[in-house]
Design a binder for this molecule. Structure first.
Ligand SMILES: [Fe+2]
Ligand SMILES: [Fe+2]
Length: 481
């Protein structure tokens, strides 16, 4: 039996040993249930539909919310999609309109696009088709027709990367709806108007889905693959500026994007989101690109003439400036997360050490003052970009990168981030970290490892080797990451 371990009075959360129950969410669901029973009673709708809806809400809330819903209100928006289709179906059926007008496939298509999750779409499709069936005098065939249509449309738009895929999905859904009707009519072509209406219905649903996606992206605090690909276009003003004003940062972002994408693939995270998030993670450097080592054409660093405190401020501010720039360009909140979280609450170690070295007797240097403001990464994707960002910068700063050195630095950085608590708020497991480090090593070795030195050259360089070679040097700390 699960043991009650405490009640958080401020967050209204009952904490069990491995499970938490948010009382506010429960309260919202109870209120919703009462409201729906009241509506069903006044409109004379079968109360089974209400019970069905409530069980879906509870199911999704308790089983799936960890993966799908960062915020409790997202569950309400999901219900909103259900209710929109439910109400329009009820309106059309009660007014005696043809069921062929019901815009059924809007819900499964929208949910699949917004959450990239077929199971949630399947749950909503089953419950909606049952509801429509119950509303149209228990007509099972209508329920089956819409069930097929919902399943087909979800599968067709799953992982869609272009608008054309959605439109094509809508047209095929329409054709399959018409075929289902033909099948129900025992292949006797009798209802020409019905077939045409169902084909048009599928197409129009896809048009409505494309038109309403930006609104739901905003409401759900999510982003579809289509919008991500639009942001990946290098003609976007911010990326364009980066190419012109901070080419080093642009190159760094491209590599971070590529290695993050492959690492996400290894652990089952959203590859496209990580790649596009990485493209934008350092846009804050556009304000003062010359203070970041990857954009410095000359060997002498701009920071050499500055006190450590001032340098630290410039470096840390690129997160804040990136956030403001992203807001000004109305970037999607999921992309802004990468800008804010890609350093977590990490320490700007190089300048912290420099401040300690320059310390006078009665002075004090607080570590907190040299940390990024955060927050820490709260998704697998942002955590992977945080790791990719650091390992790319450190590998690039190496004098003679080779396989053992790259392996060592990758393991060292991942361990340090883990010990420093930067990965505490994301869902990455130790097994995931192992897979991620393998990907990083494989790709970075391919990119950075140098040619084999000639013996004389090698002897000379071995002589110059120092024990501090793997320390995070100024090249990295000056904001290469
Ligand atoms: Fe970076
Ligand atoms: Fe950065």
């Amino acid at each position: 039996m699960k043991k009650l371990t405490g009640i958080n009075k401020f967050k209204f959360v009952i904490q069990f040993s491995d499970f938490s129950l948010d009382l506010r969410r429960l309260f919202v669901i109870l209120l919703l249930g009462l409201f729906l029973f009241f509506v069903s009673f006044s409109l004379k709708i079968n109360p089974i539909i209400v019970l069905l809806l409530l069980s879906i809400v509870l199911y999704i809330d308790f089983i799936y919310r960890k993966n799908l819903f960062c915020k409790p209100q997202n569950l309400l928006y999901l219900i909103l999609i259900f209710v929109l289709i439910f109400v329009s179906s009820f309106f059309l059926i009660s007014r005696g309109y043809s069921i062929y007008f019901i815009p059924f496939s809007i819900a499964p298509m929208l949910i699949t696009l917004l959450f990239n999750d077929l199971i949630t779409s399947l749950i909503i499709t089953i419950s909606l088709s049952l509801s429509v069936s119950l509303m149209s005098a228990n007509n099972v065939l209508i329920g089956i027709l819409f069930l097929i249509s919902g399943l087909v449309s979800s599968v067709l738009v799953f992982d869609a990367r272009t608008r054309n895929t959605v439109i094509r999905g809508g047209i095929i859904t329409g054709i399959i709806q018409a075929f289902s009707l033909l099948f129900m009519d025992n292949f006797i072509i009798s209802n020409h108007q019905g077939y045409l209406l169902l084909v048009a219905n599928g197409f129009l649903c896809s048009v409505v889905v494309l038109g309403s996606t930006p609104v739901f992206e905003y409401l759900f605090n999510t982003i579809t693959n289509i919008s991500l690909l639009e942001l990946a276009d290098f003609h976007h003003p911010l990326l364009n500026r980066m190419i012109m004003e901070a080419p080093g940062t642009y190159h760094h972002s491209l590599i971070v994007g590529n290695i993050s994408e492959l690492a996400c693939e290894a652990v089952g995270a959203n590859t496209l989101l990580a790649r596009v998030g990485a493209y934008y993670h350092d846009i804050g450097k556009l304000e003062k690109p010359e203070y970041f080592s990857e954009n410095q054409a000359i060997k002498v660093s701009k920071h050499e003439s500055l006190p450590a405190n001032m340098s630290k401020l410039i470096i840390i501010n690129h997160v804040k400036e990136g956030f403001e720039l992203a807001k000004a360009h109305r970037l999607n909140p999921r992309i802004i997360d990468f800008i804010q979280q890609h350093h977590g609450t990490g320490l700007v170690y190089y300048f912290y050490r420099r401040a300690l070295e320059a310390l006078e007797e009665d002075q004090e240097v607080k570590e907190e003052g040299f940390r990024y403001p955060g927050p820490k990464p709260n998704t697998k994707e942002t955590a992977i970009v945080l790791l990719a960002d650091s390992v790319e910068a450190a590998t690039r700063a190496m004098k003679e990168p080779n396989v053992p050195k790259i392996e060592e630095i990758v393991h060292k950085i991942i361990n340090n981030k883990f010990i420093d608590g930067q990965l505490d708020e994301c869902d990455l497991t130790l097994k995931d970290l192992e897979k991620i480090s393998n990907v990083f090593i494989r790709i970075l070795t391919g990119i950075y490892h140098t040619r084999i030195n000639y013996p004389d050259e090698k002897l000379l360089r071995d002589h110059k080797k120092t024990a501090k070679e793997f320390d995070l040097g100024p090249n990295q700390e000056q904001g290469a990451s």
